[in-house]
Every structure is written in C-alpha cells, then in structure tokens.
Design a protein around this ligand. Structure first.
Ligand code: NDP
Ligand code: DGY
Length: 323
C-alpha cells in the first residue's frame, strides 16, 4: 500500500477509489500549502494530490524521496517546479479536456457580461434605479463582425473560438505556432502586437510560463483599439494588473472581465470600484460536472503512476521515473 497526501478534500467520491487501494491522508480545507509546510505535509508520501494555489517547489522533490507523482487538480501547472520534477524522476499530471467547455463557457459569460453591461444592469434593477425602458439605457457593444483575438489557441482557446463563430465574430489568434481548429476559420497572427492592434475582444488562454508572465503589459495594452474588451480566464500573472487598471482609468478600454488575478485572492483595489469590469472568483472550471471529472482524472493518474504505468494526462514526463 502506498501513501497518498491530498492537500484538500475534492468534490465527488473519486478519492474513495484511492482509499480502496492505498492509504490516503486528506488535509482539511485551509490556506494553500507552500514552502516547508508543503515539504512537511508530503513527508514520506508516494503521491501528492494538490490544488493550484499550493506550491510544489524544487525542495519538495529533493526532500521527499518517496514522492513519485504530483497530481495537480487543475490543468494549469504553473504552481509546480516542472523542471525539478522532471530531473528528480517525478511525474506531474494535470486535468486537461474535462474542464475545457466549462472554462470556455465562462470566458464567454465574461465577454457578454462586459459587452452588454450585465453587472451594471443587475445592480440597477436590485437598487431600484430602474425606472423604465429608455432608448439609451445601458448601451453596450455589439459583437457581430468584430474581431475576437485569442492568445493561446489550445483546448480552451479553440473552444472559445468555436463559440465566437456562433456569435458572428471573426477569429484571429496568436501563439508560438499556427494551430488550426476544425470547422473554424481563424487567422494566425505571428506578431502579437499586430493582433492586439486589431482586437475588439482580447481573450487570454495561454498557460502561465516564464514567456507569458506579464505578456499583456502597459505597452501592449496601449496597442488595443479604443473600446476593446480584455478577458482573462488564464492566469492573473499573464496581465500586468496595475497597467490594466491604468488603461481602464484612462478610458482607452471598453472594459475587462477577469476570473483570475495577479496576487490571487487579492484583487487590485483599482478594479473593485469600477463598473466597466466584471470580476469572478476563479470559477472557470466550476461546474459540478467538470470538478467531478477533474477529481476522477486525478485519481486515475495517481493509480496509474503508482502502478508503474504512464499516467493518463501527464504534464511532465520524468527523466527516469522513481520506483
Ligand atoms: P492548452 O495547453 O491546450 O493551450 C494553451 C495554449 O497556449 C497552447 O495551445 C499554446 O500554443 C499556447 N501558448 C503556450 N505558450 C505560449 C506563449 N508563450 N504565447 C502564446 N501562446 C502560448 O491549455 P488549456 O487550453 O487546456 O488551458 C489553458 C490555460 O487556461 C491553463 O494553463 C490554465 O492556466 C488556464 N485555465 C484557467 C481556468 C480557470 O478556472 N480560469 C480553468 C482551466 C484552465 P502554442 O504551443 O502553439 O504556443
Ligand atoms: C485550471 O484547471 O488550471 C483552473 O485554473 C482551475 O480549474
């Protein structure tokens, strides 16, 4: 029997399958585990199941010699030192695909909420300020024929693009290479600055890496056309939040829809009072269906790795897997 350390309870009963095979230690829900607290928590465990705010640094791989697999309950793996895992012989797994539609739906919920001023309208009705239909009440932005610019045409980016076609938008995207999407006419724009200069709606779907940290900075925000909408459901650190606030304050942007933040869960105070932004608490994948499927995938990955097999969805393949 192997020992599995789980940093927080997961939705559904997927963990029960692990308990049938192994000894499972589940930490009660609490603040993220970082630094030496993470090392102590893992201890002699063979597998770690963790959340996206937990930090799995190089010291965890160095000081926890039994650890064979880190199964992240997320598709993004920017919270794990991937190179240290690889060279230490530890699998890192993630939860792709099962959350793609949920996250793409939420990106679209943000696009529509900002373009059509849903939050402001909701607030107006609840506060009693709605006094009757008016020709110019809460005028928003039409999306049909406009350009939806996507950074990162991966699984979620492609799902957002497909929905964009349904809303009559023209799709353009940037990434490190062209990634054609079946059934979607999408223009690959190799020069990010050129894409930004044409974006009516900018939606971010790249992972957080050394190359994408603060990819959208003050200079690049300045390239967006007047009235453009910025939507971020990737990772907060992809955008310079201070620069975004300044761009909004200048009146250059049409608004922003954010599910993720640079210093999560702290939100830049300059965003909180603005009526042209819609702010969500990192709920991109938060449907019952997606979160349950993520838990099942985490469990399948741990079971496979501990059996000496290749996990179902590896994010990092170890140089020489620990045994
Ligand atoms: P994918 O790996 O399928 O897609 C990411 C895409 O980003 C790839 O196609 C890649 O394309 C592109 N990319 C990588 N590096 C760069 C770069 N430097 N510049 C531009 N594009 C780049 O991942 P998913 O679509 O499954 O998930 C994307 C991200 O969404 C996750 O990493 C996670 O951070 C976030 N996420 C957030 C959720 C939420 O709750 N808000 C829920 C789920 C995911 P190429 O290789 O061609 O460059
Ligand atoms: C992810 O999976 O990366 C999200 O941020 C949470 O589902």
């Amino acid at each position: 029997m192997a020992e599995i350390a789980v940093t927080a309870p997961l939705p559904g009963d997927a963990l029960a399958r692990l308990e049938e095979l192994h000894t499972v230690r589940v930490r009660p829900a609490g603040p993220p585990l970082v630094g030496r607290d993470m090392v102590s928590f893992v201890g002699g465990a063979d597998a770690l199941v963790c959340l996206l705010a937990d930090r799995v640094a190089a010291e965890v791989f160095a000081l926890c010699p039994n650890l064979k697999v880190v199964a992240n309950y997320a598709v993004g793996v920017n919270n794990v030192d991937l190179e240290a895992a690889r060279t230490s012989g530890v699998w890192v797994t993630n939860t792709p695909d099962v959350l793609t539609d949920a996250t793409a739906d939420l990106a679209w919920a943000l696009i529509l909420a900002v373009a059509r001023r849903i939050g402001e309208g909701d607030g107006m009705v609840r506060s009693g300020a709605f006094t009757g239909w008016q020709p110019a009440l809460l005028l928003g932005t039409g999306l049909q024929g406009k350009i939806l610019a996507i950074i990162g045409m991966g699984r979620i980016g492609a799902a957002v693009a497909r929905r964009g076609v349904g809303f009559g938008m023209r799709i353009a995207y940037h990434g490190r290479a062209p990634r054609p999407v079946d059934g979607v006419e999408a223009e690959f724009v190799a020069d990010l600055d050129e894409l930004l200069a044409r974006a009516d709606v900018l939606s971010l779907h790249c992972p957080l890496t050394a190359q994408t940290r603060r990819l959208i900075d003050a200079r690049r925000l300045g390239l967006l056309p007047a009235g453009a909408i910025v939507v971020n459901t990737s990772r907060g650190e992809v955008v310079d939040e201070e620069a975004l606030v300044r761009a909004l304050e200048s009146g250059a942007l049409g608004g922003a829809g954010l599910d993720v933040y640079e210093r999560e869960p702290v939100v830049h105070p300059g965003l909180l009072g603005r009526s042209d932004v819609v702010l969500l608490p990192h709920i991109g994948s938060a449907t019952r269906e997606a979160r349950a499927a993520m838990a099942e995938l985490v469990v399948d990955n741990v079971i496979a790795a501990l059996a000496g097999d290749q996990p179902i969805t590896p994010a990092v393949r170890p140089l020489v897997p620990r045994s």
